[in-house]
Design a protein around this ligand. Structure first.
Ligand code: SF4
Length: 327
């Protein structure tokens, strides 16, 4: 591990001031990903700013029916909170499908958004990697790419975002609350993470001197018809090869609203609103679900080892939608 300095922030404003004052400073909360990256010298912050004392670990029910999760609430506290279990069970299921109990007890909601890809080459400091060292190349494209992306890739990077939590947040159309030197702003989940394009070193649209303060879940909670399906190599403590967050609203046996987000297939949770609109006005059926799946996978490209993800994702979408519709 490279040497670094350390400070403790007492307020979001204080944390932002530290980030602005010290080039290369990074925030630390649970540290479940960052410390691993630092030990392997994949990330070498000049300063760590401890934000565990900020009052951002609670859950608020807002007057408009939405729910605000604090950025420092742990994944475990979020998954087991009565409001989340009763109103947003899709989110609870997704969180509990990820990591291990020990990690979920430490990992925070803000940190989950910020976690980095698990691409093998990214974690190997002896290998080139455009995300870690821009301009050095992407050995995953001609190399071992079984876990890599099939959608939204570029010639510079084919890594996937590893989160389950974020896939459910995308399906729920969550809003990310952010604070920076110029005040507060929000970003939709759809706009928070980035596709690699020409700059795979940037995972998201958070500026270096901004902090995530909360995650707002809209009033539409899809508490009745939802499913989170995660396909992985073993039944626990494994990242998704493909995951699907499916949410439906049914009125008189007809779909009136649909959300589908995919994990394990792109550098961000993958949503295609046109595929969701395809379902509206139809009763649930395997045929219409497969049409939506085909639409979601349009443009998918395999690189050899990960070709299997294309048919797997289609079947997983159909199965998740069937579960959500109680078929
Ligand atoms: Fe690096 Fe992305 Fe290529 Fe993996 S896929 S080696 S993270 S550039």
């Amino acid at each position: 591990m490279k040497p670094f300095t350390f400070s403790v922030a007492d307020t979001p404003e204080g944390a932002v001031k530290e980030l602005k004052s010290f080039s290369g400073a990074r925030l630390i909360a649970g540290g479940t990903n960052l410390l691993d990256l630092m030990k392997e010298t994949i990330m070498t912050p000049s300063r760590l700013v401890d934000i565990n004392h900020l009052e951002l670990a609670g859950l608020q029910q807002l007057p408009d029916g939405s729910v605000l999760l604090g950025a420092l609430m742990t994944n475990a506290d979020t998954a087991y909170h009565e409001v989340i279990q009763t109103r947003y069970p899709l989110l609870s299921q997704a969180i509990l499908a990820g990591a291990s109990p020990q990690l979920r007890n430490m990992a925070t909601n803000g940190g989950n958004l910020m976690q980095r890809t698990r691409c093998y080459y990214f974690y190997d400091a002896g290998m080139p990697c455009n995300k870690r060292c821009p301009g050095t190349g992407c050995p995953a494209i001609p190399g071992l790419n079984r876990i890599h992306a099939i959608l939204g890739t570029s010639d510079h990077c084919i890594a996937v975002h590893p989160s389950d939590f974020c896939v459910a947040l995308a399906a729920l159309a969550a809003q990310i609350h952010i604070q920076g030197p110029n005040g507060k702003r929000t970003l939709s989940m759809a706009d928070f993470h980035r596709l690699p394009e020409d700059h795979p070193e940037r995972d998201n649209n958070l500026a270096d001197d901004e902090i995530i303060t909360g995650i707002q879940l809209p009033p539409e909670d899809f508490a009745v018809h939802h499913a989170y399906l995660k396909i992985r190599d073993r039944q626990s403590y494994a990242f998704a090869l493909v995951s699907v967050a499916a949410a439906l609203r049914l009125e008189a046996g007809v779909i009136s609203q649909a959300r589908i987000a995919l994990g394990g297939v792109a550098a961000k949770p993958w949503r295609v609103p046109e595929a969701e609109i395809l379902l509206v006005g139809h009763p649930p059926s395997e045929d219409i679900f497969m049409k939506a799946a085909e639409h979601l996978l349009q443009g998918a490209v395999g690189r050899g080892h990960n070709d299997f993800k294309i048919p797997l994702a289609k079947r997983a979408i159909v199965r998740a939608l069937q579960e959500a519709a109680d078929m």
